[in-house]
Ligand binder design. Structure first.
Ligand code: UT7
Length: 312
């Protein structure tokens, strides 16, 4: 048997903040944001909507699409860097709300690579037979830690959640290979400061990302015994369209074979890859038997890539 994704879901707050809205609060332009990042708008949660609320909604959708009940879940892993509180974890909060009474629960912090880290952690439990069904959620309410006076960062980020249910799939399908990595020495390029604000050295992170995304993608393709040409669909972290396009071009993938939701959500950190994945599934862009590569990078610095053969 393989271990694969049985269902996906996502949620983003209703409140849309456009580039024009941001022109009113920092010295920026719609033109600059669009041309340098590809972002047109983002979703920002209300004060009373926290990470656990968004995670819960995405998780409900994933369970429904997987046709798995909350009681069947053995483990909940929530990738986040903006939990409601350090403890209890978001995973425990949604365990209660979902009624996942048989599940262990914990949060995983690897920033924008968090979903890949959580996915591969969950895979290990299913592969060893310890657990049958694992709920993976990526969620962040970055608006809580955005410095709304810093044009270098506030225009890039948004709130949201994405989820997936992991379980056994038929032989040859599911997760084929992965690569997870970290370089703590680069931590000073993207971090939360003493005022709890997100601080980023955009140029350094850009250089790292443009190198890492294609390199990790190629590694997982090779580890799976495949060629670049075998990849049917790429789901990259949605941080900057220029970074995403650079990775896509290195892999020789057509524009319509890459998940692209950055224009309407911006960078959702831990939620970025699962939102892009869930939207792509809903739009019918990923089909049974497709070779899909998920790849992300983020604060830490961390990175992660996963190659999978879609389907049950
Ligand atoms: O989840 C992972 C985290 N983040 C990322 O992946 C982000 C990676 N980095 C990037 O995406 C890009 O580096 C940015 C989008 C952050 C910046 O784009 P860039 O093309 O690298 O711009 P830059 O940093 O070289 O800045 C060019 C100019 C600067 O002005 P000067 O110094 O040349 O006068 C900036 O001050 O653009 C200025 N600038 C802005 N101008 C208008 C920076 N932010 C803005 C803004 N509006 N919002």
């Amino acid at each position: 048997m393989g271990v694969g994704i049985l269902g996906t879901g996502h949620y983003a707050p209703d409140n849309i903040v456009t580039n024009k809205d941001l022109e009113k609060i920092v010295d920026t332009t719609d033109e600059w944001i669009k041309s340098r990042t590809g972002i047109e708008e983002r979703r920002i949660a209300k004060d009373d909507e926290d990470s656990s609320d968004m995670a819960y909604k995405a998780a409900l959708q994933a369970l429904e699409s997987a046709n798995v009940s909350a009681e069947e879940i053995d483990l909940i892993l929530v990738a986040t860097v903006t939990p409601d509180t350090p403890f209890p974890s978001v995973a425990c909060m949604i365990q209660d709300r979902l009624g996942a009474d048989n599940a262990a629960a914990l949060d995983v912090g690897a920033a924008c690579a968090g979903f890949m880290y959580a996915l591969i952690t969950g895979q290990q439990y299913v592969e060893t037979g310890s657990y049958e069904k694992v709920l993976i959620v990526g969620v962040d309410k970055l608006s809580k830690i955005i410095d709304w006076t810093d044009r270098n960062t506030c225009v890039l980020l948004g709130d949201g959640a994405g989820a997936a249910v992991l379980g056994q799939v038929s032989e040859g399908k599911g997760i084929l290979s992965f690569e997870l990595g970290a370089k703590g020495a680069g931590g000073q390029h993207l971090y939360q400061d003493e005022h709890d604000h997100l601080v980023m050295n955009g140029r350094e992170v850009f250089k790292f990302a443009v190198r890492q995304m294609p390199e990790s993608s190629i590694k997982v393709i090779e580890k799976a015994g495949l060629e670049k040409e075998d990849v049917d669909y790429l789901v990259p972290h949605q941080a900057n369209i220029r970074i995403m396009d650079a990775a896509r071009q290195r892999l020789g993938i057509e524009d319509d074979k890459m998940a692209k939701v950055i224009q309407k959500y911006g960078n959702n950190s831990s939620a970025s890859v699962p939102i892009a994945l869930s939207e792509s599934v809903k739009q019918g862009k990923i089909n049974d038997g497709d070779i899909v590569v998920l790849v992300g990078f983020g604060g830490g610095l961390t990175w992660g890539a996963v190659a999978l053969k879609w389907g049950k």
